[in-house]
Every structure is written in structure tokens, then in C-alpha cells.
Design a binder for this molecule. Structure first.
Ligand code: NAI
Ligand code: MG
Length: 357
């Protein structure tokens, strides 16, 4: 099978790390006899916006819907496009339009990465944050009244649907079931949010009944955030609503080292529309143009993409594992980009990882 992949490098360092992601994927695809066909799109960037007055062409959905995956760099160039426009009119359209309801972030302390927490070994921090990506607190239901008067008030509703909650929980339980520890932690706040979060807890309990092998616990999100920092070793899979997951999925990678290596996936597990794979970091205008961005987050996201399009096929799983092993070896032995204390450039790190493969 030939896998058609849409490549959108986007803005800033997205353009610098993308070639290294493609270099490594081409290398591993050749080794494992996996057919990847790249199609490049110059959308979702400041240059496209300057030329067309918008982030995407009107028929973006039709153009992209037939792809097996989207490999995405970063979007955002605040000097040219306000951040709310660049993000809402590109990446967020993809996530919602393609119903990518799972935002998946691995949190792993890789060997050779200095951990901000004391005395942690790589095997201590190895979990996933599973964030609901389409509903919850990030709804546009609400409004303002009596603007500019002293009666001014603002309402923003959260929306939790049975379908939306159950599908993210099912994904998280399946993931937990597939891992050695089989442990799922749910983020709640049913003491403060007394309508939506008790509902979330109820659905968690109902789903837990279908996964008797999975050990399940729940924590209020405030203490859960504290435990990410104090005892990350206690987690295996953490599932959370859109807002809670947004916060936890930035905190997780932060306790495991630099943002330059954190990877993520926006998944449509039904596979009827493309999923999107991207580094956690943005376009980093402060370092763009120097070729010093760390390409590892982009490369790791590419490994996640291979694993997902393989859909359980052992060859793709191995291809994923080989990329991670190559990343780990280069993190330990170098070369390293400046954010990791080295003086190598983006290209050298990408080439070093590709050579290991
Ligand atoms: P950022 O992630 O671009 O940068 C934060 C800091 O981390 C900067 O000091 C940067 O130099 C450093 N950094 C990021 N990636 C790095 C890498 N690969 N290697 C070495 N250092 C790295 O976040 P920031 O500065 O808040 O946002 C910049 C732009 O990116 C904004 O327009 C923002 O909206 C956009 N953005 C886009 C995202 C996306 O496309 N998913 C995610 C986050 C921000
Ligand atoms: Mg975030």
C-alpha cells in the first residue's frame, strides 16, 4: 500500500525541522519497505496569508480529506498574522473538520535529557496524556450582555456529549489495556464543576466496567497537576477533558525535559478522515533562520505517524521503535542542538538520526 501524506511545514522553524523529519522517515521507510508518498502544501503560514488574505484555500477540506495523514510543522508568525487567526483558521480547522478527537502526547524522559526533577531515571517517566480535542470547555456557546455597563456579564458554556465523552474514554482505556501497567488515571474536578464533571466521572465508571483488567483511578485536576511534578512515576495513561488536557499535556512534556523533543498526534481513530502529527512546539520566531532548532520533536511525531498508519502492522511498529532508538542514541552521544547544551545545527542532528537507521 502507498500511504499518501500531506506535508505542511508552516511557519518559522516548522520549515527548518520538517526536512529532517522527512529525511528520517524516508530512511526508515526504505529499510522497512514502507511506501510513503509526500505531497507538499504551502498553506498555513504567513506567506500564504500575505498572498491570499487567509490561511487556507476554501477547498482545504476536499483537498486533504483523501490523505492517510497530515505531517505538520508549526503555524504562527505574530508580526504578520494575529495568533488567534493563524491558529483558529488552520490547525484548529483541521482538528475539528477531520474530527481528530484524540490529542495524544507521550511524556517520556529520554536518556541523555536533563530532567528538571531531581533523581529521575528514564524508566521513571513514561506515560501518555490523552486529551479530548473537540468539545468540553472549548465551546463557542455563550455570549455577552449589557456590554460596557456595570451590568456587563459573560457566559461561556462547556459541552459534554455522551458520544464525545465515551469515545475519548474508550480510546484511553484501550491504550491503557495495551500497556504493561494497565493503569488509567482520569482528571476530574467534580468538587468544583458540579454538573459536567460528575457526568464525566459517571461515564468513566461505566467504561471501567468494560475494562476489568485496567486499574482506574481519578484525581481532581489541581492535585493531579501537582503529582505530575512530585511523582510522575505513578502515571501510565492520563485522560482529561479539553481544557484540563490542554494544561496537563504541556505540563507533562515540561517535566520530561525540553520542548524541542515533545511530540504529539491529533487522531481520528475511526480513520475515515486524516489524522495529524506535529511537534508540541510552535514556530519559534526567536531562533528561526539560524538552523539551530531541535528537529527531534518533528522526527518523533513522524514515528507516531508511522505507528498510526500501520494500524497494528508489526513492520510499522518496528519502524517506529527504530526511530525512537536512533533518537535515544543521538541524545546520549550527540550531536546536540543548543537547547540541549550542544552546538550542532538542525541538519546535523537530523542526519545523525537518519544515519543510525
Ligand atoms: P514556541 O514553541 O514557538 O517557542 C517557545 C520557546 O521554545 C522559544 O524560546 C523557542 O526558541 C523554544 N523552542 C521551541 N521549539 C524549539 C525547538 N525545536 N528547538 C529549540 N528551541 C525551541 O512558542 P511561542 O514562542 O509561544 O510561539 C511562537 C509562535 O508559534 C506563535 O505564533 C504561536 O501561536 C505559535 N505556536 C504554534 C503551535 C502549533 O503550530 N501547534 C504551538 C505553539 C505555538
Ligand atoms: Mg497548549
Amino acid at each position: 500500500k502507498v500511504h499518501k501524506i500531506a506535508v505542511i511545514a508552516g511557519d518559522g522553524i516548522g520549515k527548518e525541522v520538517m526536512p529532517e523529519g522527512l529525511r528520517v522517515l524516508d530512511k526508515v521507510a526504505a529499510r522497512f519497505d514502507i511506501q510513503l508518498q509526500w505531497s507538499h502544501f504551502d498553506w498555513a503560514c504567513a506567506d500564504y496569508y500575505l498572498a491570499h488574505g487567509k490561511m487556507l484555500p476554501d477547498d482545504w477540506f476536499e483537498q486533504l480529506r483523501g490523505f492517510d495523514a497530515i505531517y505538520f510543522g508549526a503555524v504562527g508568525w505574530p508580526d504578520v498574522v494575529p495568533d488567534n487567526i493563524s491558529l483558529w483558521d488552520s490547525l484548529l480547522k483541521f482538528r475539528r473538520g477531520f474530527d481528530q478527537y484524540v490529542n495524544l502526547r507521550p511524556v517520556r524522559l529520554l536518556p541523555g535529557v536533563p530532567c528538571p526533577l531531581a533523581n529521575r531515571k528514564p524508566e521513571d517517566i513514561d506515560f501518555y496524556v490523552v486529551r479530548e480535542n473537540t468539545e468540553g470547555e472549548y465551546s463557542n456557546v455563550g455570549g455577552r450582555m449589557f456590554e460596557g455597563t456595570d451590568r456587563e456579564f459573560v457566559i461561556q458554556q462547556s459541552t459534554f456529549t455522551r458520544k464525545g465523552v465515551d469515545r475519548i474514554l474508550k480510546y484511553a482505556f484501550e491504550l491503557a489495556q495495551s500497556r504493561p501497567k494497565k493503569h488509567l488515571t482520569s482528571a476530574t474536578k467534580s468538587n468544583g464543576m458540579a454538573i459536567s464533571m460528575p457526568y464525566w466521572d459517571e461515564r468513566v465508571a461505566a467504561m471501567a466496567g468494560q475494562y476489568p483488567e485496567v486499574r482506574q483511578d481519578s484525581y481532581h485536576v489541581d492535585i493531579l497537576a501537582a503529582r505530575f511534578v512530585l511523582s510522575p512515576e505513578r502515571f501510565d495513561v492520563v485522560v482529561a477533558s479539553n481544557l484540563f488536557g490542554d494544561i496537563l499535556s504541556d505540563l507533562g512534556p515540561a517535566v520530561a525535559g525540553t520542548i524541542g523533543i515533545a511530540a504529539s498526534a491529533n487522531l481520528n481513530p475511526e480513520r475515515n478522515l486524516p489524522s495529524l502529527f506535529e511537534p508540541v512546539h510552535g514556530s519559534a520566531p526567536d531562533i528561526f533562520g539560524k538552523n539551530i532548532a531541535n528537529p527531534i520533536a518533528m522526527i518523533w511525531s513522524g514515528a507516531m505517524m508511522l505507528d498510526f498508519i500501520g494500524n497494528g502492522d508489526e513492520r510499522y511498529r518496528q519502524a517506529h521503535d527504530v526511530i525512537i532508538e536512533a533518537i535515544e542514541a543521538v541524545l546520549v552521544e550527540g550531536p546536540r542542538t543548543p537547547d540541549m547544551g550542544g552546538d550542532a545545527d538542525t541538519t546535523s542532528v537530523g542526519k545523525a538520526i537518519a544515519e543510525r537507521i
